[in-house]
Design a protein around this ligand. Structure first.
Ligand code: MN
Length: 430
């Protein structure tokens, strides 16, 4: 029996209050889509089968370089984090898997698995950390890790990643995500070619330790913490890594890790075309790696990314299923509410992308009808798919209005009394 932190009868009661209005909205949207030749239930079923993982670190309050303002009832460790993740899954039915971060979430794998199983959760990709120093580690990563000039430091970083694979294998994870902060702050500080050669050598060692059914994802990031150059700075370098390592290596696209105005959906298309798209870290940004909530700044861009994914799915060229994960820093909101909202926004973009009339779009493209091609996308994007999202949640046992239900459950107030106030903690956003 799955443990439930939000009482089932509370969800049912909240849904009952909204059921008649929701049904009316769902029927109206169904009639509208029917006129467009779309069966609403086909879309609802696809949306219900779309999931995105939540990162364990996402349920803690994030921070900036300036300050962190802890919230009430912050998780004390991985087991509390799993409890919070279970609440998000219970209400949204969109986030059945949690992505762990080592060493932050290090615990006995058997206990991790048992706790997650009891909550009805599984584990997504493992995340290694060689961008900060753990209290007991021998060598510092101040000047880099997998690309460091010192073999001893590279070996320590390789060993850490192999340990992440071993922990992951014990909890049924199937992928390792590697993001390094390696780079330089001054021109001349490091040799670009030598650093990248060392990085590739280290990654090849990690690759050798991958079980047969695992994938390894490398994540590029333009800048920060290194501000002059970064070893894995863009999707081109990322593609070279995946290509050099072998068939189990793929590129991970974190939406915030690009220069402002970068055409990310086109990067997604390129990686799909050359069979190297591993997955996503979803978030939104205005100026840089802001780690804002998915869909909060530029929901159209999120839609355009999903438009590429659905297009590739339709053409049967998507290859291995991309790993979807949220990667955000919640500085001023209740992290559970932000993750609920983001999971919904990601599903919304997917649902809207499913509504694109691809036959018409293809014709407009062939006829060079730029205006109508754009309109074909806009028409799908303008459709209010909220009734589809609510229906998918409700059918799976979730809430029609998950944030209102969460607030009415008083979960935050309850854990605020059980968990001692937190005063510090790492930002821990990658
Ligand atoms: Mn990321």
């Amino acid at each position: 029996m799955t443990e439930q932190y939000i009482p089932g009868d509370l969800i049912a009661g909240e849904n009952d209050k909204l059921r008649i209005a929701h049904q009316s909205d769902y029927d109206a949207l169904g009639a509208h889509l029917d006129r467009r030749g779309i069966n609403i239930d086909v879309i609802t079923n696809k949306v219900a089968g779309f999931f995105v993982a939540v990162p364990s670190w996402g349920v803690g309050t994030g921070g900036t370089r300036f300050a962190r303002f802890p919230g009430k009832g912050e998780p004390r460790g991985i087991f509390d984090k799993l409890d919070d993740c279970a609440v998000i899954q219970q209400l949204t039915r969109t986030t059945p898997n949690v992505s762990l971060h080592i060493p932050w979430d290090k615990a006995d794998p058997a206990q991790l698995k048992a706790h997650a199983n009891a909550l009805g959760l599984g584990f997504d990709a493992m995340n290694s950390n060689t961008f900060s120093d753990a209290p007991d580690q021998e060598h510092s990563y101040k000047y880099g890790s997998l690309s460091h000039s010192d073999q001893a430091i590279r070996s320590q970083a390789i060993e850490h990643n192999i340990e992440c694979i071993e922990i992951g294998a014990a909890i049924d994870s199937k992928a390792l995500t590697v993001w390094v902060g390696d780079g330089s702050n001054f021109p001349g500080q490091s040799n670009f070619a030598k650093s990248f050669e060392r990085y590739l050598g280290s990654m090849a060692e990690i690759y050798k330790a991958l079980p047969d059914d695992w994938r390894i994802f490398s994540e590029h990031k333009m800048y920060e913490p290194a501000f002059y150059s970064t070893v894995v700075q863009d999707w081109g370098t990322n593609y070279l890594i995946a290509q050099t390592l072998g068939p189990k290596a793929f590129c991970l696209v974190d939406l915030g890790h690009h220069a402002p105005n970068t055409n990310i959906e086109m990067i997604v298309s390129r990686l799909i075309q050359f069979k190297k798209l591993g997955g996503f870290h979803f978030n939104d940004s205005k100026y840089g790696d802001d780690d804002l909530d998915a869909g909060s700044i530029d929901p159209y861009r999120l839609f355009l990314v999903f438009n590429e994914l659905v297009d590739a799915e339709d053409r049967g060229v998507i290859g291995a299923h991309p790993a979807h994960m949220i990667d955000q820093s919640h500085n001023i909101t209740d992290p559970i509410e932000s993750l609920i909202s983001s999971a919904n926004e990601i599903r919304r973009a997917y649902a809207q992308a499913l509504l694109v009339d691809r036959g018409a779009l293809s014709t407009f493209q062939d006829e060079n009808d730029a205006l109508m091609a754009s309109e074909a996308l806009k028409r799908a994007y303008r459709t209010d798919v909220e009734p589809i999202l609510a229906e998918a949640r409700m059918r799976a046992g979730g809430a029609i209005d998950p944030i209102a239900t969460y607030r009415n459950s008083q979960y935050r107030q309850k854990i605020g009394m059980e968990r001692p106030a937190s005063t510090a903690g790492s930002g821990g956003i990658i």
